[in-house]
Write a protein that binds this ligand. Structure first.
Ligand SMILES: C[S@@+](CC[C@H](N)C(=O)[O-])C[C@H]1O[C@@H](n2cnc3c(N)ncnc32)[C@H](O)[C@@H]1O
Length: 388
């Protein structure tokens, strides 16, 4: 099920109906409406409120209900790893729910909850492709076993966990594929909890959810706790909001918690193939996580070049459907992007920065290929802007 013009129109109607209801409640504010919009992105919510003539009469509302985690000097979260971390309250509530459901937990792509469980003394195995979580969540305690691998591959871990928890990227094929891993590693009478995308996250989401729930019913009975999961707005999403008309909201995103009481884990239909997309090399400099495409298009005439429609280098969207993504060769954890015309020059510059160097120290002699002074100067200026 993909988005079609018909589903776009139905979606718009459903979203508008919801927004009108929320905006007419006593005490309504822009921030409350966005939090209540079941996944619709804040910029779209604001656009629709404006079209409906409702935006102007609504105050922005309270700026922040939660303090973002202390990430100063630590590697930031990155959109290419789908890194939306839960708020501390949500982690606490999940630790209680999962710890009560069984004495060992398998966590798939949920580092904050795995660490929370381990801190509470619950033996937990975390499978995740990104080892950087250890640098963000200091003091990772003993009862946590970390399996560093991609979840599109068979998992190298024991089986028959009484409880499995997963928070896959918010697409049906990812959820189905991660669910297949969960089913291979859960006990026959165990329980699986799945963080699931809400129905207004994109036009096809409501249909995708009901198809997903039909798939899940092969395995066991299912119950859904709407809006049970709250996520911090990561710096990459904050950057998008800061470049828009919507006020920044530190905790707008909510997901649903699906609980599956397993009957027959082998009954899950085979998942579709998950498109893994391009490969990216990761650099960390001064807290910024910078991803550089392994194979760049090379269309840009400069080593590093701006992309049309990305003012100040900011990609003003976190949607997989955004066409500008195709031109992105370099992508930072502040959602700043650029095209790359000379990959080796940019990679060598990033290596130098990763080793503690600064942009002002870049000299032609530092590169293995020849680069003239004016080109290097432009590269330095652009790198500075991209890494801001
Ligand atoms: C999907 S989110 C869930 C994070 C969760 N809300 C939390 O607070 O812990 C991101 C996590 O999934 C991991 N991840 C994304 N795609 C993955 C994949 N294909 N295989 C393994 N881990 C993956 C990321 O590295 C990241 O840690």
């Amino acid at each position: 099920m993909t988005d079609t013009p018909a589903s776009e129109t139905t979606y718009r109607h459903r979203l508008d109906e919801r927004l009108e209801r929320l905006a007419n409640r006593p005490g309504a504010t822009i921030r409350r409406v966005v939090r209540g919009s079941r996944g619709a992105f804040p910029t779209l919510v604001h656009e629709r409120l404006t079209a409906l003539g409702l935006a102007e009469s609504l105050p922005d509302g309270e700026p922040a209900r939660v303090e973002p985690p202390d990430t100063i000097g630590k590697p930031e979260l990155h959109p290419l790893d789908f890194e939306w971390y839960f708020t501390d309250d949500t982690v606490r509530s999940l630790v209680r729910t999962l710890g009560d459901a069984g004495d060992r937990v398998l966590c798939l792509g949920t580092p904050t909850v795995a660490v929370g469980l381990a801190r509470a003394g619950v033996p937990v195995t975390l499978v995740d492709r990104n080892p950087l979580f250890r640098m963000r969540l200091d003091d990772v305690p003993e009862p946590l076993t970390f399996v560093n691998q991609d979840l599109t591959e068979p998992i190298d871990a024991e089986t028959a966990f009484p409880v499995v928890f997963l928070d896959p990227p918010w697409y049906p094929e990812h959820t189905h594929s991660w669910l297949a891993s969960a089913c291979r590693h859960v006990a026959a009478d165990g329980r699986i909890y799945v963080a699931t995308f809400p129905p207004l996250v994109r036009p096809a989401a409501a249909t995708q959810r009901s198809e997903l729930f039909d798939t899940i019913r092969h395995v066991g009975s299912l119950s859904v706790d709407d809006d049970a999961l709250v996520y911090y707005t990561p710096p990459f999403e904050r950057a998008v909001l800061e470049h828009s008309d919507v006020p920044v909201i530190s905790d707008w995103r909510r997901g649903d918690l699906v609980r599956i009481d397993v009957r027959d884990p082998s009954a899950l239909p085979d998942p579709p193939r998950v498109e893994t997309g391009s490969d990216w090399e990761t650099f960390v400099t001064n807290g910024r996580v910078v991803k550089l495409r392994t194979t760049v298009s090379g269309a840009a005439s400069e080593p590093l070049a701006p992309i049309d429609g990305c003012e100040d280098y900011v990609l003003p969207s976190v949607s997989r459907r955004d066409a500008r993504r195709n031109h992105v060769d370099l992508w930072t954890s502040r959602n700043r992007v650029a095209a790359v015309g000379n990959r080796s020059v940019v990679a060598e510059a990033l290596e130098l920065l990763e080793d503690g160097g600064s942009v002002s120290e870049l000299r032609p002699a530092a590169f293995s290929v020849s680069i003239d002074e004016p080109t290097l100067e432009r590269l330095a200026t652009r790198l500075e802007a991209v890494l801001a």
